[in-house]
Write a protein that binds this ligand. Structure first.
Ligand code: PSU
Ligand code: MN
Length: 306
């Protein structure tokens, strides 16, 4: 028997009616941003989804329950919590047994969203192949999940804490189409270009919704990555952010930070070293992704209703 995903009333109603729903992850809340910016951003992102015609479903594990759609009080408690763990897809069963509260990574959020019947998901950045992966083997489970779960993930590309070229290669191996929105370039999270081309470019939410439908009709079984560049006015200068990231990566190596602690350490350190500039950019791009995801979800639901 499949474990139940507990839906909030508005998420349940939207799914039952075939109305657009956008999943949102929660590791960005528990391990990606400091309090209270994490809470404020989570609330704002939900509002952006609503303003663009879809119902937001923030996904997390609360006291061992898989949840899609949190109340304001739950969102705040999660954001303020020191005890919430970081759960990727493989950690969910144990989190449920232990009645733990967990922020869900992209891989765990995709899994729960798929079980709930939510096909579109917005986040900031996905995990990927880390720099030095040839020695550490550090490749995020987000990429393997994209290779086996048919969820569309809207992100701002991946940041250069990762090896972007290897991440794109790995997505190719996993049969995940990488579609840049309104640009030929694969964006690098804080900047609009990474120096690498995306596989494909599409220029409207309607075309992306069509591509989703066909990708699933072909029974590929894989997700789609939609790479949405950070808004021009929020983008950081490459020289500044690349230097900051290089410093943070060096520090992580020196301090022997490993495995699931690597990404949270780097995000927090980049925020400190950039004196909050990375956080500001992060907030702007997450909202931008939420808006695009909601418009794709609306187009997808419209076509589904014929
Ligand atoms: N990258 C970001 N912000 C984030 C994450 C990654 O720019 O918040 C989070 C996401 O939840 C992602 C997870 O799924 O980190 C990946 O962790 P790891 O690299 O340990 O797989
Ligand atoms: Mn890792």
């Amino acid at each position: 028997m499949k474990p139940n995903v507990h839906l909030s009333p508005d998420v349940a109603a939207a799914l039952a009616a075939g109305n657009p729903v956008v999943a949102l992850e929660s590791t960005i809340i528990t391990h990606g941003m400091p309090f209270p910016a994490n809470y404020e951003t989570a609330v704002d992102v939900e509002d952006v989804v609503r303003a663009n015609g879809a119902v937001p479903a923030t996904i997390a594990v609360i006291d061992g329950q898989l949840r899609a759609g949190l109340s304001d009080a739950e969102l705040k408690a999660l954001a303020a919590s020191d005890g919430a763990v970081k759960a990727s897809g493989r950690d969910l069963a144990v989190a449920m047994v232990k009645k733990a509260t967990a922020g869900t990574t992209v891989s765990a959020t995709m899994r729960i969203a798929a079980m709930a019947g939510i096909e579109i998901f917005a986040t900031g950045g996905v995990g990927g192949v880390h720099r030095g992966a040839e020695d550490t083997f550090d490749i995020s489970a987000d990429l393997t999940e994209l290779g086996r779960t048919a969820t569309t993930v809207v992100c701002a590309g991946v940041k250069s804490i990762l090896d972007i070229a290897k991440t794109l290669e790995y997505l190719e191996t996993q049969r995940v189409p990488v579609i840049a929105y309104g640009t030929d370039d694969f964006p690098a999270f804080f900047t609009r270009t990474s120096g690498f081309k995306a596989d494909h470019r599409l220029d409207s939410a309607e075309e992306i919704a069509d591509a989703m439908r066909l990708h699933h009709a072909l029974e590929t079984g894989t997700g789609l990555m939609i790479a949405n560049p950070i808004p021009e006015e929020a983008a950081l200068e490459p020289a500044f952010i690349d230097g900051t990231i290089a410093d943070a990566v060096r520090e992580a190596e020196e301090r022997k930070i490993a495995r699931k602690d690597v990404t949270p350490f780097l995000l927090a350190r980049i925020n400190e070293l950039s004196k909050g500039r990375s956080l500001k950019a992060n907030i702007a791009l997450v909202k931008n992704n939420a808006a695009l995801a909601a418009r794709i979800a609306a187009a997808y639901a419209r076509a589904g209703k014929g």
